[in-house]
Each structure stands twice: as structure tokens, then as C-alpha cells.
Design a binder for this molecule. Structure first.
Ligand code: ZN
Length: 271
């Protein structure tokens, strides 16, 4: 059986509280042999590590999501550094910049609030890349409507920290800007959605050594589960579609994407 990794899951979310052992069993049965669970703040990162300690197939990424930047401490580095040295922590994140939802969308907020919010996002993004560089890990990058600023920030860490631009939905031109810096992208169940031809075009243009697969569960369940809770087993459906778009076998896709993950997350153990 061709095996795959789910490189981006949120197993610590309450959606999985009732049946996580079964969720992981179903993933193993579907050939999804490694699951990377991603922290979105310090509490969630600690939970991610606990899950990695509990389940051999699970690895953790620790960090602070840009959408929660306002609640982040002024200096995230000391607690994050401590978590990032855990043997099963394979990257820092998810971090990055998200300009899609800004405070001024609500009437009580002004453009000055937007500016402060963006500055706080930038500050914790920089801190997370600093920690990543210090401990020798890469970053899981969340980016929305902010690609120029993300790439500008990452340039200062060129040669030290690479990024995986997760849940990638941009066009091939943006993908090429990213891979030119040594970073990679990853694709979710969105590739299976009827209205996502643009994303499939990007998949087609992305070389086999430049991307990974992920569910971003509990969100973004692929067809035929769209709208339901997603889970790591559904990487199988994503892989089927991606193999079809790439015109390669499931085995080829398995080999390429698992190798990419092993290179990007150096602390992950081989299958
Ligand atoms: Zn995520």
C-alpha cells in the first residue's frame, strides 16, 4: 500500500476529543503513517506535544497563529524555545501573516488598529523564525493576502529557515516565487473541490519535489466528505486526486511527498 503523511492537522482541537485513538487507527489503516499536529498558541502547542508523546505516529509543531497575534505575549521566544527542543517537535508554527480579516472590518476599530495588529503579527512571526533558526528547524507558514510581506520577512532568515506554505491556494506564479527561495508548499482537500480548478492548475505546475500533502483537519474535508469533520485518513482522497492531476502513480507520489517531508522536517523518523 502506498503510504502518505498528513503534514498539517489540528488533533488537539475539541472536534477530536471524543475519538482520537480511532481517528489515528483509521489513518494508519488508510496508509497515513505520520501525522503532524500543529500548535496555534502555547497551550495548543503543549497539547500537540502531549499527543506526540502519546501516539508514536504523531509529531508536533509548536508556535503561535497570526490570527491570534493580539493575545500573544510580547516575547514568545523563551517559552517557545523550550518547547521546540522536544525530540518530537519537528518545526515551528503555525506562524506567518494574515491580512484577510483585519480589525477595521468592525466599526469600533480604525486603520490604526489594523496597523498595530499587523505589527504584532510581524513581531511574533520574526520571533518564531528566530527560535526556528536557533534550534535548527523550519517553519510552518500560514499566509493570507500577505505574500509580499511574508517573503520579505523570511528573506532575513534565508539559508537558515525554510517555510512550508500550508493550505496553498495561490496561482503558479506565486508558487514559483516561493520555491525559488527554497521553501515548499502543501495542498489540502481543497484540490478535490469542484470550484478549485485554479488550485489544480497550481498542483500541475508544482514539481514533485516541491510540495507535501495535508488535511488541515478538522477543516477542509476533501470530496466526498466536504462539509463534514476532516481527519488524517482523508489524505488518501487528496493523494488520489493529486496523483491524477500530476499524471503519476500513487507510489511515485508517496515516495516524493514523504521524502519532501523527511527533508523539511528533519526530526521525523522514517516510515
Ligand atoms: Zn492549520
Amino acid at each position: 500500500m502506498a503510504t502518505f503523511y498528513d503534514t498539517h492537522a489540528h488533533l488537539d482541537y475539541p472536534d477530536f476529543a471524543g475519538d482520537l485513538p480511532q481517528v489515528i487507527e483509521r489513518a494508519t489503516a488508510a496508509g497515513v503513517t505520520r501525522i503532524i499536529t500543529i500548535g496555534t498558541d502555547l497551550a495548543s502547542s503543549r497539547r500537540a506535544i502531549e499527543l506526540a508523546e502519546q501516539f508514536p505516529a504523531v509529531y508536533a509543531v509548536v508556535g503561535w497563529h497570526p490570527s491570534h497575534a493580539s493575545e500573544a505575549p510580547e516575547d514568545l521566544r523563551p517559552p517557545l524555545r523550550e518547547l521546540a527542543t522536544h525530540p518530537k517537535v519537528v518545526a515551528v508554527g503555525e506562524t506567518g501573516l494574515d491580512y484577510h480579516h483585519l480589525p477595521s472590518a468592525k466599526p469600533e476599530h480604525t486603520a490604526a488598529d489594523d496597523q498595530r495588529y499587523k505589527q504584532k503579527q510581524a513581531a511574533i512571526f520574526r520571533q518564531q523564525m528566530e527560535v526556528a533558526a536557533q534550534v535548527g528547524l523550519n517553519c510552518v507558514v500560514h499566509q493570507r493576502d500577505a505574500l509580499d510581506d511574508v517573503l520579505a520577512q523570511m528573506r532575513r532568515f534565508a539559508g537558515k529557515v525554510r517555510g512550508v506554505f500550508h493550505c496553498f491556494v495561490n496561482d503558479a506564479a506565486d508558487m514559483r516565487r516561493i520555491v525559488a527561495t527554497g521553501s515548499v508548499v502543501s495542498f489540502t482537500g481543497i484540490v478535490t473541490f469542484k470550484n478549485a480548478q485554479g488550485v489544480r492548475d497550481t498542483v500541475k505546475a508544482t514539481l514533485l519535489d516541491q510540495f507535501m500533502l495535508e488535511t488541515d483537519c478538522p477543516y477542509l474535508a476533501p470530496m466526498p466528505y466536504r462539509g463534514k469533520r476532516s481527519e488524517p485518513a482523508y489524505v488518501k482522497e487528496i493523494a488520489d486526486l493529486v496523483a491524477q492531476v500530476k499524471g503519476c502513480s500513487r507510489e511515485e507520489l508517496s515516495r516524493a511527498t514523504c521524502e519532501n517531508a523527511a527533508k523539511f522536517f528533519p526530526k521525523i523518523s522514517p516510515r
